[in-house]
Write a protein that binds this ligand. Structure first.
Ligand SMILES: *[C@@H]1O[C@H](CO)[C@@H](O)[C@H](O)[C@H]1NC(C)=O
Ligand SMILES: *[C@@H]1O[C@H](CO)[C@@H](O)[C@H](O)[C@H]1NC(C)=O
Ligand SMILES: *[C@@H]1O[C@H](CO)[C@@H](O)[C@H](O)[C@H]1NC(C)=O
Ligand SMILES: *[C@@H]1O[C@H](CO)[C@@H](O)[C@H](O)[C@H]1NC(C)=O
Ligand SMILES: *[C@@H]1O[C@H](CO)[C@@H](O)[C@H](O)[C@H]1NC(C)=O
Ligand SMILES: *[C@@H]1O[C@H](CO)[C@@H](O)[C@H](O)[C@H]1NC(C)=O
Length: 774
């Protein structure tokens, strides 16, 4: 092999190398290769070779550019298999199979037909023929990292980057020619919601089912639809074709590039196109708990303070804590941790709590006080508390967040721990003593207090709602001054959502308690459009929808006034152990939501797609009835517009896959989100929870796993009383709703029939594939 290469190094033109080398245009049965003897079969011109190349301390089988000094690998057989030793042998057997013989026989192709000849073509395609001279297998159909001139990346296939330039096994990034016509890049390693994290796309979705990616011999890279129409030129081409070849490759850093090789200049290689010049663009490049800094054309990865690289020299593996975290058992954490800052960075928003705080110091204090909090992001008075891991961090100029990382106080931690260990017994004795004396008294007092408060709230609210429920059917238009008065100058903030802040208020003449939602960052709609929307929402009346009482549209101010729900959100109720409803109540809640959605989708005058169904947007009234709230994100549709393209809305974890695939979004997107909520209702936990063991972290995967294993009891509390049949029904409904393919999801009408047990529910298929393909 080395000798052959040396020959190429010395040669100046491919023609002369072809003359100097034996032609291997046709490889006959019985031929073989070894890593240290004859190691490859060359194409007639000597440009490409099929055979062994070195990988790590062993060898792999593939195709590489042999006619240039940088022996670029363009295709690899069984790329995830370990390298083989020098004793391995590649054989085209006399009975017509192409195998790699090492410890056992490994097939190079998936073809079962008998091979009669093989050929390494000058195009870089390695082909196998049958006795009828027909091609039965060709490497061009199974691209790995690269496509060559004349090669196509067909719809529904993908390229995966290599781990590194010297290790061709499957790496962390994918370039997918989707069956919807879009060419998309995203990370694949350990991210379940891969397509959500796309960082590059050709923006040609909807161009047809069978769009393919093509590379011409002048460097042009373009998309063709199935009838041969050019859908888009990604790279215009028109580059020098003389003694130059081009190839396109997704590199280990997640960027795809077109390289040119000047065959008359010692194979001088240059990049003629980068899918991005932003080297920090590919998401996940730096792994977890790290951020990317782009300087001097280089991307560098840095761990956040208190963390070190999991694998030295492998940035994609990310960073882990180098201090121990104490469990949250009520200890005051303030003297065990400190906060360290990372300025000017940007991260995936995975907040579990969002506070409006004036200063960074307040945000630090809020995180230190909260045992759950492991990091917080502060920017513009927004303090977002997060759990680890932190993802997709990158440097961003002064526009970025300040990342506040909770870090253990290293040396002093030891002593504090010891002190507490000693103090604890005294505390325990004290508590026991106290409780022995006063437990009964305390309990009685406490109970009475709770009871009084509860009854009082119940009465107050129910009388108020009685006054107003049947009056004022159309929503009222309020002035801004009236709303200011109602909310006492926006004093009592009760929540914050993606589109605005919610305040508690009282309509003074009726004493009705209301929730006022102040929208910010909404698109600048005209007054008439806003009014039309208000009318449509105002006309929706259903006992499972939160009622819109009024609105305000004055200057830049858009406010919505809703009836106030005493019992908070479904999320609050489900995820707070003390408030958790019993099984039959939970089933009823699922039915409530289904009825509300059915009304929005099919029964009101104008179809309404909610677009942001999640347990935070379901509110609980005083009787424990669930009501759907927040039409702030609702996409209003006229009956003739049943399909619509929009930017991604909604909330991560609940969003249907078609949002990120930019497919038309229909009512089925709500069905998907509803399915996730049903699973949350069953299990009383959030759809994504990285604190749980890995296999349980993503709810839908976990539920499907338990369903397949026939272990549904695992989904509910051990001691919880549930109707087994109903449990199975709920699980099946949930799984049907979250199918990837929107048309396979049931309508809300069907969902309700299934929940109520009126119709049989077939066994649901696997909801998602967690890989690159669609
Ligand atoms: C190689 O094999 C193919 C298919 O069997 C045949 O068409 C071609 O003529 C052969 N070429 C040579 C040089 O023998
Ligand atoms: C391919 O694109 C052309 C031009 O846009 C269009 O007329 C044709 O219908 C497309 N073919 C398919 C199969 O979508
Ligand atoms: C796309 O290709 C597949 C398989 O080759 C074929 O079944 C399908 O009909 C094609 N679709 C169109 C629109 O050409
Ligand atoms: C390679 O090509 C670049 C520009 O195309 C040129 O500047 C450089 O001198 C070439 N290098 C060699 C070794 O030919
Ligand atoms: C590609 O990116 C590299 C650095 O990442 C840059 O030096 C080069 O100029 C870029 N090439 C093109 C054609 O954009
Ligand atoms: C993905 O998960 C596997 C097993 O859990 C782990 O070994 C590997 O390092 C992870 N890769 C990344 C990029 O996090």
């Amino acid at each position: 092999m080395a000798a052959i290469l040396l020959l190429f190094l010395l040669s100046t033109s491919i023609i002369s190398t072809a003359v100097a080398q034996p032609k291997h245009s046709n490889i006959s049965l019985g031929s073989s290769l070894t890593p240290t003897g004859q190691s490859s079969w060359l194409s007639p011109s000597g440009l490409y070779a099929f055979g062994f190349y070195q990988q790590d301390k062993g060898y792999a089988v593939g195709i590489f550019l042999a006619g240039v000094p940088q022996k670029t690998v363009v295709w690899t057989a069984n790329r995830d298999d370990p390298p083989v030793p020098s004793s391995a042998k590649l054989i085209l057997t006399t009975d017509g199979r192409l195998i790699l013989r090492s410890t056992g026989d490994i097939s190079i192709t998936d073809s079962t037909e008998k091979v009669t000849t093989a050929s390494m073509l000058d195009s870089g395609n390695f082909v196998l023929y049958n006795s009828g001279q027909e091609i039965i297998w060709e490497s061009f159909k199974y691209p790995t990292t690269t496509i060559l001139q004349g090669q196509k990346l067909l719809a529904g296939t993908e390229l995966y980057s290599s781990v590194s330039d010297t290790d061709q096994s499957k790496g962390f990034f994918c370039l997918n020619m989707q069956t919807n016509g879009n060419l998309v890049q995203y990370p694949v390693a350990n991210y379940t919601w891969t397509e959500w994290y796309a960082y590059w796309a050709s923006d040609t979705f909807g161009a047809g089912d069978n769009v393919s990616l093509n590379l011409d011999n002048d460097g042009r890279l373009y998309l063709l639809n199935s009838t041969g129409f050019n859908t888009k030129d990604i790279v215009k081409g028109g580059y020098d074709t003389k003694e130059t070849i081009y190839l396109m490759k997704i590199d280990p850093d997640g960027i795809f590039r077109i390289y040119s090789y000047k065959l008359n200049q010692d194979g001088n290689r240059s990049v003629i196109y980068n899918s991005s010049i932003d080297r920090c663009g590919p998401k996940g490049l730096c792994g977890l708990n790290a951020y990317c800094v782009f300087t001097d054309q280089r991307a560098d990865c840095n761990c956040v303070p208190g963390f070190t690289q999991v694998k030295e020299g492998n940035s994609i593996a990310g960073c882990e804590r180098d201090f121990a975290m104490q469990s949250c058992n009520g200890n005051d954490q303030r003297n065990q941790y400190t906060i360290q800052e990372v300025l000017n960075t940007e991260w995936e928003n995975a907040e579990y709590s969002h506070l409006s705080l004036l200063t960074k110091e307040d945000c630090k204090a809020a995180c230190l006080e909260d045992c759950m909090c492991e990091a917080a992001m502060f920017k513009d008075r927004n303090c977002r508390k997060q759990r680890l891991p932190l993802r997709f961090g990158r440097w961003k100029d002064s526009e970025g967040n300040v990342a506040l990382i909770k870090v253990g106080l290293s040396a002093s931690t030891e002593t504090t721990k010891h002190d507490q260990g000693k103090r604890k017994p005294d505390m325990v004795i004290l508590i026991i003593g106290l409780s022995l004396i006063g437990l009964v008294v305390l309990l009685v007092l406490f109970g009475a207090l709770i009871l009084r408060k509860h009854v009082f709230t119940y009465k107050k609210v129910s009388t108020i709602s009685n006054i107003n429920f049947c009056e004022n059917v159309a929503p009222i238009s309020f002035s801004f001054a009236e709303i200011e008065q109602m909310t006492n100058g926006f004093k009592d903030e009760i929540g914050k959502g993606a589109f605005g802040t919610v305040y508690k208020g009282t309509i003074s003449d009726s004493l009705m308690v209301v929730a006022v939602k102040r929208l910010d960052n909404v698109s600048s709609q005209g007054e008439r459009e806003f009014q039309t929307e208000m009318k449509i929402i105002g006309r929706t009346h259903h006992r499972n929808l939160v009622r819109l009482i009024g609105y305000c549209h004055e200057g830049a101010n858009r406010l919505l006034v809703y009836e106030y729900m005493v019992n908070g959100s479904l999320a609050d109720v489900l995820f707070t152990p003390e408030k958790r409803p019993c099984w039959s109540e939970r089933v009823e809640i699922a039915c409530n939501i289904a009825r509300g959605l059915l009304y929005l989708h099919e029964e009101c005058e104008t179809q309404i797609i909610h677009c942001d169904i999640k347990s935070q947007n379901i509110l609980m009234d005083e009787q424990g009835q669930a009501k759907i709230s927040d039409f702030g994100l609702a996409k209003l549709l006229r009956p003739d517009q049943t399909k619509t393209f929009t930017a991604i809305r909604g909330t991560r974890g609940y969003v249907a896959p078609e949002w990120h695939r930019k497919l038309p979004v229909t009512v089925k997107a709500d069905v998907y989100s509803f399915g996730i909520v049903v699973l949350e209702i069953i299990c009383c936990r959030r759809s994504v929870n990285w604190n749980l063991p890995e296999e349980e972290a993503v709810l839908e995967e976990w539920v499907y796993h338990c369903f397949q294993a026939g272990e549904l009891r695992k989904l509910v509390g051990d001691d919880e009383e549930v109707d087994e049949k109903q449990l199975e029904r709920m699980v099946r409904v949930g799984l049907w709703c979250i199918l990837d393919e929107p048309t396979l999801r049931p309508s809300m009408k069907k969902v309700l029939l299934m929940l109520e047990g009126t119709v049989e529910i077939p066994v649901p298929p696997s909801p998602t594939s967690f890989f690159c393909a669609i």
